[in-house]
Ligand binder design. Structure first.
Ligand code: GLY
Length: 376
């Protein structure tokens, strides 16, 4: 690793001390920093799926600094998110991202009984999206009743957490059924994964794939590869099922083979050669997932690949200026749809970069782990 991880983390904490108070003045959670200000999510206010990453990043910084201002702002974010339980019809399978990183982190780090209750509430909402034909429904539009997406692999951690917390195996059973479906119907022989698979909601049979946020049908949306790699690694950590580890390793090999020489990450690994579209969120999330694989297997090649990614991000796409909102630059929400941001700062890029840095410094808070799996 070329960069000094602890010194970068100190700079990030200094920056957060200066910029978090600016977020506290807004009624909406930050989605993107544009220098002087924080911008809200482009759709659905605080119900937008990214809301948990702001409190999550602050909890991560709290674990290394003990700074009460970070805790207070994370709790403010959590209150905004739990208010969204009332807007039930706007929530979707991404309640895992939203509530595990807010209420779940709070409960893990402070023991708050209310946060535990709220996190179990979120787990029950995710359970309610399970179609016993074999998958967790992703989104709410009536025409997408049979859609499942690779991103959901990350949300399964909320279900594993709930089973460990309550002793009720139903949550983990559902997570395993969904992971098995993903293994069967998303993972390709070359180690890449599809973004969206549509199932027959009555029989569970695979109907077709959809292109989603990547370049094209059959391509390899880089963030989707990161979700799959990290999600299967966590499914293995939470179950010990070796098939999930093998899937994570296959996706990791594909991901590693596509890391650019400069350590940055193309938006889609199969985009046209002349395309210059980057998505550094994929690089940050991929790095954190690779570090998880390193922890689970002891194989150094995963750590080396993660270090190449993190060095690339820090050298070229990291805004460490304490006066400016937003850390990671050149984040892209979707290859074709520019509405949620192209080559901008986006909050979950910041979260995964901080998480990867904490793993590299040996101080990971293990926010995706159930209590039982935390011993790993
Ligand atoms: N979960 C949606 C995304 O990765 O953009």
């Amino acid at each position: 690793m070329r960069n000094n991880v602890n010194s970068i983390l100190e700079k990030i904490a200094r920056k957060a001390r200066a910029t978090a108070p600016l977020a506290a003045r807004c009624p909406t959670l930050p989605y993107s920093g544009d220098g002087k200000t924080w911008q809200p999510a482009p759709f659905d206010g605080n119900s937008w799926w990214t809301g948990g990453f702001w409190p999550g990043a602050l909890w991560l910084l709290y674990t290394v600094t003990g700074d009460e201002a970070f805790r207070a702002e994370a709790l403010r974010g959590e209150d905004l998110l739990t208010a969204e339980f009332r807007a039930f019809n706007r929530l979707n399978h991404d309640v895992g991202f939203m509530y595990l990183l807010s209420c779940g982190a709070n409960y893990r780090l402070t023991g708050s009984a209310q946060a535990r209750t709220d996190c179990l509430h979120a787990a029950s909402l995710l359970m309610g999206r399970f179609n016993p034909a074999g998958f967790i429904r992703a989104w709410n539009e009536p025409e997408r009743v049979g859609y499942a997406i690779i991103d959901c692999m990350m949300n399964l951690s909320l279900l594993f957490w709930a089973t460990a917390e309550t002793g009720d195996p139903r949550f983990a059973h559902v997570a395993k059924v969904h992971a098995d479906t993903t293994l069967r119907d998303f993972l390709r022989p070359d180690g890449s994964v599809a973004h969206i698979v549509e199932f027959d909601p009555e029989t569970g049979a695979k109907v077709r794939e959809h292109a989603g946020q990547g370049y094209a049908l059959g391509s390899a949306w880089s963030r989707g590869q990161a979700w799959g790699l990290y999600g299967f690694a966590m499914a293995y950590a939470n179950t010990g099922d070796k098939r999930y580890l093998d899937a994570a390793k296959a996706i990791a090999d594909f991901f590693i083979a596509h890391i650019r020489p400069d350590g940055l990450t193309d938006c889609d690994f199969l985009q046209p050669k002349e395309s210059r579209r980057l998505d550094n969120i994929a690089g940050a999330c991929g790095a954190s997932g690779l570090l998880e694989l390193h922890r689970l297997t002891g194989e150094n090649r995963y750590r080396e690949a993660a270090e190449r990614l993190v060095d690339g991000l820090i050298d070229r796409c990291c805004d460490l200026d304490a006066a400016s909102c937003g850390l990671l630059t050149h984040c892209t929400a979707s290859y074709h749809d520019d509405a949620a941001g192209v080559h901008i700062n986006i909050v979950y890029g910041d979260f995964f970069l901080i998480e990867a840095l904490l793993k590299l410094s040996g101080r990971d808070a293990k926010l995706w782990y159930s209590r039982e799996a935390s011993a790993l």
